[in-house]
Design a protein around this ligand. Structure first.
Ligand code: GUN
Ligand code: ZN
Length: 432
């Protein structure tokens, strides 16, 4: 396909860091059998493609690796826009009742399909997703992802306390269901299983033991959970685990802190906790629309990324605490959350984050997040003139960095002209 091609090599050190990315003004990406064969200048790629290759012309749009969302909740599509609560009340009042509905496989299948449709509409080609406690919910999401050939990381939530009837498992059932789901789905197509204890508050010590046992048995799998999101949550977690030094120590003491651990939020970490994360190589997942919506606090991007031992950071929507499916909207809110703390994230770093940066955070950069030859052909095509307001603002934009910042600040699903998953255009086929 032909268009303006952009892919990151390293994290940009500023908007003048030209070496950190590949950009071809008249560019092309050559795709064969769902993989990228070449990306770069059109004449060169066209020569490599040879006669008879079909060209899809996306000029003057940008072609980038598909966006990656490092943390979202599939069963919370009908929780978004629930008014007036902080985290623990929001969970009890809105989220847990909604998630109980996912014991119904038909409901789970319907929402799982709509969830992947919505991500596709917004240019997101990979998500690290939480399902509900019910194994049917994970089966539904994996089934839908497999049928679209999407690279999805997901897991059934493990939770055995502090939740309503119908939304808990037991330590043994959580272990058995997780193991059965791993056997059934992990490694099929492009699917990855993530061991998913929801958070310390909804898992008993016995369940945390089981989650740790799974992490030891399957050390190559992701672990995903929540950490240090709001003050009431931290206080309750410490009450429930009085022997722990701090919230991070709860997960560490059960063997759940490693280089494939994705920790949602990480807003109120002490220096000791930040050290523990960076020593383990664990990933702090920045969820700005959720943190602002629930009033949880401001993720200290600057402190975490500039400290002596920097943290690995990912960015995510956290739908349905998060308020938008779009990684463009996410980075717009992220920019503001960072600005409130006196710092700025530049647009090149923002686009690195939602492509290659998140792929590295998920330890999947060999497969996704770049246009490197051999990568899976997950792509997003962006139109910076998608709306009248964007078109007008584009009249005065003269650089790539300005265009990216405009896309991030004014863009949403309307700016996504097409989304390719493993080489197949999926967005165009969706009903509006
Ligand atoms: N902590 C535990 N569960 C959740 C959840 O579903 N959303 C958010 N934002 N935080 C959580
Ligand atoms: Zn979450």
């Amino acid at each position: 396909m032909r268009g303006r091609v952009l892919s990151f090599r390293t994290r940009p050190e500023g908007i003048d860091d030209r070496a950190s990315y590949l950009y071809a003004e008249d560019g092309a990406v050559l795709v064969r059998d769902g993989r990228i064969v070449a990306a770069g200048d059109y004449p060169q790629v066209a020569r490599q493609a040879g006669e008879g290759a079909r060209t899809v012309d996306h000029r003057p749009h940008l072609i980038l690796p598909g966006f990656i969302d490092a943390h979202a909740h599939m069963p919370q599509m009908q929780v978004i826009a629930s008014y007036g609560a902080e985290l623990l009340d929001w969970l009890n009042t809105y989220t847990f009742p909604e998630e109980t509905k996912f014991c119904d496989p038909a409901h789970a299948r319907r929402i799982a399909g709509l969830f992947l449709d919505e991500l596709t509409r917004h240019g997101t080609t990979t998500v690290a997703a939480y399902c509900s406690v019910h194994r049917q919910s994970a089966q539904a999401l994996f089934g839908e992802a497999l049928s679209r050939n999407m690279l999805v990381v997901a897991g059934k939530v493990m939770m055995d306390r502090n939740a309503p009837d119908g939304l808990t498992d037991t330590p043994q059932a959580g272990y058995d269901d997780t193991k059965a789901l791993i056997a059934a789905w992990h490694g099929r197509g492009r699917l990855h299983y993530a061991i998913t204890p929801r958070f310390a508050i909804t898992s008993s010590p016995a369940q945390m033991e089981m989650a740790g046992a799974l992490a030891r048995e399957f050390p190559h799998l992701h672990v995903q959970t929540h950490l240090s999101e709001n003050h009431a949550e931290i206080a309750l977690a410490m009450e429930l685990y009085p022997q722990a030094r701090d919230y991070t120590d709860i997960y560490a003491s059960y063997g759940l802190l490693g280089a494939r651990t994705l920790l949602g939020h990480c807003i109120h970490l002490s220096e000791r906790e930040a050290d523990a994360l960076s020593d383990a190589g664990a990933v702090a997942v920045f969820c700005p629309t959720s943190n602002l919506f629930l009033g949880s606090g401001l993720f200290d991007w600057q402190r975490y990324s500039r400290r002596g031992k920097p943290l690995r950071i990912a960015a995510a929507t956290d739908v349905g605490g998060g308020t938008n499916y779009s990684m463009l909207r996410t980075m717009d809110e992220g920019y503001k959350a960072i600005a409130l703390q006196g710092e700025k994230i530049d647009p090149l770093a923002a686009f690195w984050q939602i492509t290659r940066g998140n792929a590295e955070a998920l330890s999947l950069a060999e497969r996704i997040g770049t246009l490197d030859p051999g990568s899976d052909a997950d792509l997003v095509v962006l139109d910076a003139r998608a709306t009248p307001a964007m078109r007008l603002r584009m009249e005065t934009a003269t650089t790539l960095a300005e265009e990216l910042f405009l896309l991030q600040t004014l863009g949403d699903d309307r700016a996504v002209a097409e989304t390719y998953v493993a080489g197949r255009p999926l967005k165009g086929a969706l009903a509006c």
